[in-house]
Design a protein around this ligand. Structure first.
Ligand code: CO
Ligand code: CO
Ligand code: CO
Length: 316
């Protein structure tokens, strides 16, 4: 397919990135993104919170500030109580409030399956856009949320995750990437994305593909949700995990000493995952300390950027 080109479209479909960016003036561009999906937790209010946090995240991943949003809902009104939809929208609204984002409208269609999400508009200075490309040799990689939400939501569906584990998982997904994004603003960040459906390996791949750099990922340094290992050993894994792993396998050099559960987690599809940030070593240490002090407790340095493995992801 050929896509229309426009000199004001600063980030479009040319290569994978988190959101579209369109320049309005030399000092102002708008960021646009949309995301919606079927419920991944039972509580409709919490599902609304997670879906909204997930949709807002792509604006944060571009380094931007979200301003307003529209609800997108698909609802089976013949088979489901409308109160469920109200709870979802209330959950979404709570996250928009927390983000300082105003709800500008929305649209609901009749559908067999419930779905909810947002279309979000944000702003950014055209010279401050953080794309997926730009990581430099010697940079450190920071991941701001623990991994494992795909494996744990699969365990919930199988009735195998306890209430504490489920609450922790939901809390991580409902957490806005706002604080992490605000903290990274004070640093010279070279590249950023957020970890969602393609898993850490897939989103890391987007940052190195066709680029002069590669990533080394230290599997044992990955921040993880509790309880993952048991589900990995049982083979209770989401279908998307296998797709993610197979799709990116040609770019990945996996050290055989990496424990099997960590190999699984690397490809686990995330919902509303953390930011993956590349910045110089010294700044990374400082940013990490600030994150730990100021509301991003799970952030970790998970690897580094190298020049001698262009376009590759080396997992050790
Ligand atoms: Co994204
Ligand atoms: Co997205
Ligand atoms: Co990006």
């Amino acid at each position: 397919m050929e896509f229309p080109e426009d000199p004001n479209l600063l980030v479009g479909l040319g290569r994978p990135d988190d959101a579209g960016v369109y320049k309005l003036r030399d000092d102002l561009a708008i960021i646009q993104t949309v995301d919606f999906f079927t419920p991944i937790v039972d509580d409709p209010y919490v599902f609304g919170q997670i879906a909204a946090a997930n949709a807002l995240s792509d604006v944060y991943a571009m380094g931007g500030q979200p301003l307003c949003a529209m609800n997108i809902a698909c609802f089976p009104s013949k088979t489901m109580d409308i109160a469920v939809l109200h709870e979802i929208l209330r959950g979404g609204l709570s996250k928009m409030r927390e983000a300082g984002v105003v709800l500008a409208g929305g649209h609901t269609v009749e559908d067999l399956e419930l779905k909810y999400g947002l279309s979000v508009t944000g702003v950014i200075h055209p010279e401050e856009i953080l794309t997926n490309l730009g990581a430099r040799p010697g940079d450190r990689l920071i991941l701001t949320k623990p991994l494992g939400t795909g494996i744990l939501t699969t365990a919930v569906k199988a009735g195998l995750l306890d209430a504490d584990g489920s609450a922790r998982m939901s809390a991580v997904m409902a957490t806005l990437n706002r604080r992490a994004a605000e903290l990274m603003e004070s640093c010279d960040v070279h590249a950023c994305t957020d970890v969602t459906g393609f898993g850490l390996i897939g989103h890391a791949a987007e940052m190195v593909e066709d680029s002069p750099v590669g990533f080394i990922i230290r599997a044992r340094a990955l921040p993880l949700l509790p309880g993952l290992q048991g589900f990995c050993e049982m083979g209770l894994l989401p279908a998307g995990l296998y797709r993610n792993r197979d799709f990116r396998a040609p770019m990945v050099d996996m050290d055989p000493s990496v424990p099997a559960p960590l190999q699984d987690v690397l490809a686990d599809p995330q919902t509303s995952g953390g930011l993956l940030i590349a910045l110089a070593e010294g700044e990374a240490e400082t940013l990490l300390e600030r994150m730990h002090r100021e509301g991003v407790p799970d952030a970790a340095i998970i690897g580094e950027v190298v020049a001698d493995a262009p376009g590759r992801i080396v997992v050790r």
